[in-house]
Design a protein around this ligand. Structure first.
Ligand code: FES
Length: 105
């Protein structure tokens, strides 16, 4: 599936990810700036925060732990906020567009 990242500086990068990869991994594997992922994808750090600009309705709902972490994210929490390590890519999510906030700390 293809996923588009809008970087903090406004540029967009389209990444061809493997099904089963997380959005966090797709960004890191391309060396994109702005996703820190301090905890390595274990849903404890909230430094992989993104805003889902397109495709939000195709994602499963936020679970309680993700909800708590998003409340503590460094950048403002919006209704579109998600943890990118909890977005598991699949062909159903092809075309997802996520924006990376300007800070993760
Ligand atoms: Fe730590 Fe996502 S990488 S919560």
């Amino acid at each position: 599936p293809k996923i588009t990242f809008i970087l903090p500086d406004g540029r967009s990068e389209i990444v061809e990810a493997a099904a089963g990869d997380t959005a966090m991994y797709a960004a890191l594997s391309q060396g994109l700036d702005g996703i820190v992922a301090e905890c390595g994808g274990n849903a404890v750090c909230a430094t992989c925060h993104v805003y889902v600009e397109e495709g939000l309705s195709r994602l499963p709902p936020v679970d309680g732990n993700e909800d708590d972490l998003l409340d503590g994210a460094a950048a403002e929490r919006l209704p579109t906020s998600r943890l990118s390590c909890q977005i598991k890519l699949s062909d159903d999510l092809d075309g997802l567009v996520v924006r990376i906030p300007d800070r993760q700390f």
